[in-house]
Structures are given as C-alpha cells and as structure tokens.
Design a protein around this ligand. Structure first.
Ligand code: FAD
Length: 442
C-alpha cells in the first residue's frame, strides 16, 4: 500500500479536464512539475456542452502558437449581435466588419467534444498525465488535517500531491465538500442551457446568413419571446456545417412556470424569425448543461491549504457576454502559477496560495465578476427587459420604417405613446438608470 501511494505521488493534481483544468495542467507541467489531470469522462469533453464560442485572447495566453497547433475550430465569429424577438417579429442588431473582422479574430465557434479532447492533448504534450474515466470523490489529508491528495472512485484510488487545483465545473461537489462555499447553487442563480445542433451544408448556411464562405460566421444573443419574456437568453452560432441554437433560462423560472426546457426550445425554433434559418436541417444532437450565473455572489473561497478552485466551480461566468471559457482558462493558468510558486517556496499554505486571488484581481476575471455582481438580480427584478422593451423596440422600428407620407411629429408622438402605454415614463427612466447601475457595478 505504501509502495502504491508512492507510485501515485504528483506535484500537482488537477481535477477536471475542461477548459480550466487542461490550462492549469499545461502551465504546471511546462514548469517541470509532475501533474495528474483527472477526468471523469471517457475522454475530455465527452460530458461538456456549451453554446458557443472560445476566445483566442485566452487560448493564445496558454499557447502563443495556438493556431499553428491546428485546433479543431469551426467558423470565426465575424458577425455578432443582439436579436430582440416579439411574438411574431424580430429586430436584429448585427455588427460586422471592423473589430470583428480583424486578425486574429477574437472568437471561434467550437464543439466541446472535439475541442476539449484536443485541449487536453496539448496539456499531455506539455507532460501532464491524463487519467480519464476516473471520478474524484473525496480528499486525502495528512496528520495535521491538511489536504494532501484526492480519493478517486476506484480501488486503491488514492492520488497524492501537495497541491490540488479543482476545475470540476458547475456541479462543484468537491468545493462544497471542502467547505469553501456554504451553499449549493440557488435555483435563481443557475440557468439551464438547452440547445440543438442542427446540421446543414455550408453553402446553405452561407446563403441564409449572407456569408461569402465558411471563413465567416455569426454569434448572436437573443432576448424577448425566446424565453417567453421571462429571464433568459437565447443564442445562435454558426459552425462550418451546423447551427447551434439554444437558450439559457433560470431554474427557478422553469419551476415557477412549470416550463419544460425542450418545449421552450421547440417553440423558439419554430418562431417565424428562426424557423427559416433552421428549415431542412438535421438534428445532430440535443443537450443541456447548467450555467452558474451567480458570479460574485456564488464564488467560493478560491484557495485553502493545499487547494485552489478555478472556472465554473468558482462561478466564473459572465452570462451576458457568454464569457466562461476564457475566465476558466485564465483562472486555470493563474492557479497553476500559484502552485508553481508554492513548489518553489515549499509552502502550500492558504497564505502562500492566496497570490492566486491577488493575480485574478488584476485580470478581467474578478474585475468583471465584481462589476456585474448585481446583473442577474437586476434581470429578475426587471422582467420588462425581457418582455416590454423587446416588443417596444420592434414596434418603434416598425413604425419608423412605415411612416412614409406621415408628419414625423405624429410618428414620434405615437412612439412615445407606445412606450407609455406599456410603462410609465418615470418607470422607464428608472429602468434605464437601474440597467446602467447593474452594468457598471455602481
Ligand atoms: C449553454 C451554454 C452556453 C455557453 N456558451 C459559452 C460561450 O459561448 N462562450 C464561453 O466562453 N462560455 C460559454 N459557456 C460557459 C462555459 O461552457 C463554461 O464557463 C466553461 O466550460 C467552464 O470551464 P470549466 O473548465 O470550469 O468547466 P467544464 O468545462 O465544465 O469542465 C469541468 C470538467 O470537470 C470534470 N469533472 C467534474 N467533476 C469531476 C470529478 N469529481 N472528477 C473528475 N472529473 C470531474 C467534468 O467531466 C468536466 O470535464 C456556456 C455554457 C453553457 C451551458
């Protein structure tokens, strides 16, 4: 047994080979540390699911030669926007060209099953040992009670290391087990993301979205009727030969209104503005995954003696911007750097590992999570942004573009009337101020 424990001794254990875990493992292994990267799935990414797009600024922070490594990416996002859906119409606010079309393109659509596997392979190339099909179920402790390893769900599943980086994703059972957070995710602060992958020929996608070829692609967020006017956000991403169409909606809303996620998605797919885009496509895959939207308020303590937490396990998601993978990657890297420093100083105490949080505070990760800390509560308290305003925007532009031959004073009176019939002016002004406060973190 003692001999066995000796065999499974590492410098760093990383739990979870997702975006955060494989980044942490790569950085630690590159510094010459012996790293175990433990993943419960058959292969990394096998259980992972997102919208979605990955961001090159974060990917290149781990691998400056990222593009030379031939990553399995889909289309670059050269067009992005917000679509406001009403029951029977849509206002599309799309941006293309300029920043979106300058090299390197900042966002690429990806499929996690392919991408995470490749991402973990890069960590293996740096020297990390991937241990798949293995669930970490508990911690091991030394005689002083400090964590000095993890227990996996298999006979003789003890794996030892003076520092463990938890990158276990949204369902952060180990983080909870360690007492780093005293509550499970509240249904009002966690969304269920559901989506369909719909396959169709590249040419059909190009024609429907107006792209010259598959070096152009789109990512849009959709609000309004997509979630029946309830707090939720839809999305559409274009892959090379598929569309990814889905939405995230809070669990408490699903429970309160007894909504079935698949039915809301079906309804969204048959909306008159969406149905023609997906028509004739073949359903490749349907899936669901949780999104921790509590951000700052649901963040566990990020370190303790011998342990660090990164990514979704630490609620590092900015739902409005669909930023999660980049936060996870950067946090994984900074956690690994703290582990490397701890090895240099031979000090694995919480005090030593606290430099991880200091480093995060200098990056967009903690800055943005702090700034947007009240955004999810704001959406809950202001359902008007999901029902009244998308309809108002649609009606306003509808009136504007049909006001030919009409005195324009009358047009603006009508627009004002269409707002005040829905929301008194002083309340609308209050909504704008509350929106600005939630966005700016005031
Ligand atoms: C519908 C949807 C759309 C999204 N769209 C976007 C987007 O467009 N862009 C973006 O940046 N982000 C998006 N996100 C968020 C993004 O997917 C996450 O923030 C990101 O994947 C977090 O990475 P992670 O490494 O922390 O966790 P994960 O990627 O979830 O990885 C966690 C890993 O840990 C493993 N694991 C868990 N527990 C154990 C255990 N006990 N033992 C061993 N292994 C374990 C899991 O199998 C998994 O591989 C979206 C999320 C959803 C659900």
């Amino acid at each position: 047994m003692a001999q066995r424990a000796e065999q499974l001794k590492f410098d760093v254990i990383v739990v979870g080979a997702g975006m955060a875990g494989s980044s942490a493992a790569a950085i630690a292994a590159r510094a010459g540390l012996k790293v175990a990267l433990i993943e419960r799935g058959q292969t990394p990414g096998g259980k992972n699911y997102f919208g979605g797009a990955v961001y090159t600024h974060a990917l290149q922070e781990i691998y400056p030669d990222f593009f030379d490594r031939k990553p399995p990416l889909e289309r670059p996002v050269t067009e992005a926007g917000f679509w406001f859906l009403t029951k029977d119409g849509a206002t599309r606010l799309n941006v293309q060209g300029g920043h979106l079309d300058s090299q390197p393109i900042d966002a690429y659509v990806a499929l996690r099953a392919k991408f995470d596997n490749w991402w973990a392979e890069q960590a293996q190339k740096e020297g990390a040992l991937l241990i798949p099909k293995t669930v970490v179920v508990d911690f091991l402790r030394d005689e002083t009670g400090r964590v000095n390893g993890v227990q996996a769900d298999r006979p003789q599943g003890e794996v030892y290391a003076p520092v463990t980086i938890l990158c276990e994703g949204v369902n952060n059972l180990l983080t909870q087990k360690l007492g780093l957070i005293d509550h499970d995710l509240a249904p009002s602060r966690v969304a269920l993301g559901v989506k369909q992958l719909i396959s169709m020929p590249a040419d059909t996608i190009n024609t429907r979205f107006g792209f010259p070829d598959k070096t152009h692609g789109l990512a849009v967020s959709v609000v309004g009727d997509v979630s029946l006017g309830l707090p939720g956000l839809g999305f559409i991403y274009t892959g090379e030969e598929f569309l990814s169409v889905g939405l995230g909606i809070n669990l408490d809303v699903l429970a309160e209104y007894r909504l079935k996620p698949y039915e809301i998605l079906k309804r969204y797919l048959s909306h008159p503005a969406i149905a023609p885009l997906v028509a004739g496509g073949k359903l490749m895959e349907y899936g669901a995954h949780l999104i921790p939207e509590g951000g700052w308020h649901d963040m566990p303590k990020l370190f303790t003696d011998g342990v660090l937490v990164a990514g979704d396990a630490a609620a590092m998601v900015n739902a409005l911007h669909w930023e999660g993978t980049n936060m996870a990657i950067v946090a994984g890297k900074l956690a690994a750097e703290a582990a490397i420093q701890a090895h240099r100083s031979k000090d694995f105490s919480a005090k030593s590992l606290s430099q991880y949080k200091d480093a995060l505070q200098h990056r967009f990760v903690l800055r943005d999570l702090w700034q947007y800390r009240n955004f999810s509560r704001f959406l809950h308290n202001h359902p008007t942004f999901m029902n009244v305003y998308p309809t108002f925007v649609n009606e306003t532009f509808g009136r504007f573009f049909t006001a030919y031959g009409k005195p324009k004073k009358q047009l603006f009176k009508e627009i004002l009337g269409s707002l005040t019939s829905r929301r008194p002016l002083y309340r609308a002004a209050g909504d704008v101020i509350s929106f600005a406060r939630a966005m700016m973190g005031w």
